[in-house]
Design a protein around this ligand. Structure first.
Ligand SMILES: Nc1nc2c(ncn2[C@@H]2O[C@H](COP(=O)(O)OP(=O)(O)OP(=O)(O)O)[C@@H](O)[C@H]2O)c(=O)[nH]1
Ligand SMILES: [Mg+2]
Length: 389
C-alpha cells in the first residue's frame, strides 16, 4: 500500500495536491491540523493529510466527507481548548459574576449538543471489518467518537491497511497507545531541600476530595509510610471537619483546620518537619463568588504547590469539560478520577486526558479507605474496558 502525506492551508488544498500527483482515486486516511509551525512561516495553521491509493486498500473506501474534518471546520466538535478559552476570557471576573457565567454555560451546552448532533451525522467513519467491530467496542466504553476513530485509524495504518487481522491484534495496538498516554510523570518528587511536599486537592462538591486525601495519607503505596499531615481549609460548613477528625484519631495523622491565609502560613511553618502536607479544600461550585480566587490566595503562599483536580467519573463529558475549565486557572498538576466503580463509561477518562492534557495521577474506585485507591495507570482502565466487553 502506498501512503503519502500532503500539506495545505486547508484540507481541500492538501487533497488537490494529492490528487494532482496520485490521481482521482486517492483516499484520505487521516487529517490533522498543524500549529503555527516555523517551517511553514510561523503565521498560519496548516492541515496535514495522509492519503493512500484506492486499489491497494482491500476495498476500504472511507469517503472523504466521512473523515474527521480539519480543526478549523465550523462543524468540528468543540474542543476542550475552545471551551477553556471561552471560560477564561474573563478569568478574573468569572467567580464574581454568576449570572453571566450561567448564561454562558447554558449557551455552551446548547452549542455543544447541536454541534455533536451535526458532527455525528458527518463524521461517523465506515471502517472495514474487523476495524469496525473494534470501533464499536471502543464507543461502548464511553471514549468519544472522534478519539475512538483516531485510535482505529492509527491501528489501520500500523497494520498496513490489511483486513485479515485478528481483532485482538488491533486491540493490543490500541491498548499500547492508551497506556502510553498515562506514562507522563505526574507528581514531581521535587521539593525544596528539607521542605515538605505540599499537595492540595480541589474539585467540585462531593466528588471525593476528603476521601481521597484520607486514602493518600495512609495508603502504604502512597504517603502511608511518610510523615504526613492534613490541613483542611474547609471551615465554613457545619460539621465538615468531622470525618477528618475521626480519621485523625483512628489513623494518627494530624488534621488541622484553618480559616484564614494567616492561619495557613503559621501552620505550614509549624509542619516544616513533615514530609507530606495534604490540603483539603471545601466542596463548592466553582461558580461560587470568590471561590477560585480564595483558593488561589492560599496556594500563592506555598512555594510550588502540586494541585490535584478531583473529578468524578460519574459526571458527563460536558460537565467534566466545563468544571475542568474553571479549575484550570489554579494550574492543576494532575487529575484524580474518583467513583470509577460507579461508571459504565470509563472511556471518558481517556477522552478527558487527551483533551485537557493533564496526567491522571490516581484513580479512586470505591469508598474504602485506603484500599480503593490506585495509581493512574492505563492498564487499570483497560481492565475496566474488559468488564464492559
Ligand atoms: N463509590 C464511590 N464513592 C466514593 C468514592 N470516593 C468517595 N466516595 C463517596 O463520595 C461521598 C463524598 O465523598 P467526600 O470525600 O466527602 O467528597 P468531597 O469532595 O470531600 O465532598 P465535599 O467536601 O462536600 O465537596 C462519600 O460518601 C464517599 O464515601 C469512590 O471512588 N467511589
Ligand atoms: Mg470534603
Amino acid at each position: 500500500m502506498k501512503l503519502k502525506t500532503y500539506y495545505g492551508k486547508t484540507q481541500q488544498e492538501a487533497m488537490n495536491l494529492a490528487k494532482e500527483e496520485l490521481g482521482q482515486d486517492v483516499i484520505m486516511l487521516e487529517t490533522r491540523e498543524i500549529g503555527k509551525d516555523k517551517s511553514f512561516g510561523g503565521k498560519q495553521n496548516f492541515v496535514q493529510i495522509t492519503v493512500a491509493v484506492d486499489k491497494e486498500l482491500n476495498g476500504y473506501r472511507p469517503g472523504i466527507q466521512k473523515i474527521k474534518p480539519a480543526r478549523n471546520n465550523s462543524l468540528q466538535q468543540k474542543s476542550f481548548g475552545e471551551y477553556y478559552s471561552t471560560i477564561t476570557r474573563d478569568a478574573d471576573q468569572v467567580s464574581e459574576s454568576n449570572p453571566a457565567i450561567a448564561e454562558e454555560l447554558t449557551f455552551l451546552r446548547h452549542e455543544l449538543n447541536r454541534l455533536n448532533h451535526q458532527l455525528r451525522k458527518l463524521t461517523t467513519p465506515e471502517f472495514p471489518e474487523p476495524y469496525s467491530k473494534v470501533f464499536e467496542q471502543l464507543l461502548r466504553t464511553g471514549i468519544s467518537e472522534d478519539l475512538a476513530a483516531r485510535f482505529v485509524r492509527r491501528a489501520f495504518l500500523l497494520m498496513d491497511g490489511k483486513n485479515d487481522i485478528a481483532k485482538d491484534k488491533i486491540f493490543n495496538t490500541i491498548k499500547y497507545e492508551i497506556c502510553a498516554l498515562f506514562n507522563k510523570e505526574a507528581l514531581s518528587e521535587k521539593t525544596g531541600k528539607g521542605k515538605p511536599r505540599v499537595i492540595a486537592v480541589v474539585g467540585p462538591t462531593g466528588v471525593g476530595k476528603t476521601t481521597a486525601i484520607m486514602k493518600l495519607a495512609v495508603h502504604p503505596e502512597f504517603y502511608g509510610k511518610k510523615k504526613t499531615a492534613i490541613i483542611s481549609t474547609d471551615s465554613y460548613r457545619v460539621a465538615s471537619a468531622e470525618p477528618l477528625k475521626t480519621f485523625s484519631k483512628i489513623a494518627s495523622v494530624p488534621v488541622i483546620s484553618i480559616s484564614s491565609t494567616n492561619d495557613f502560613v503559621q501552620q505550614i511553618e509549624r509542619l516544616a518537619n513533615y514530609e507530606i502536607i495534604l490540603i483539603d479544600t471545601p466542596g463548592r461550585s466553582p461558580y461560587f463568588p470568590n471561590y477560585i480566587q480564595e483558593l488561589k490566595s492560599y496556594f500563592s503562599i506555598i512555594d510550588s504547590p502540586e494541585v490535584l483536580l478531583v473529578l468524578s467519573t460519574t459526571a458527563d463529558m460536558e460537565d467534566l469539560f466545563l468544571t475542568t475549565g474553571m479549575y484550570l486557572t489554579l494550574n492543576p498538576t494532575g487529575i484524580i478520577f474518583t467513583k470509577v466503580d460507579e461508571t459504565s463509561r470509563p472511556g471518558k477518562i481517556i477522552s478527558m486526558m487527551v483533551e485537557v492534557g493533564l496526567p491522571v495521577v490516581f484513580f479512586s474506585d470505591g469508598q474504602m479507605v485506603p484500599n480503593n485507591l490506585r495509581e493512574g495507570k492505563g492498564e487499570f482502565i483497560w481492565e475496566k474496558f474488559q468488564e464492559i466487553w
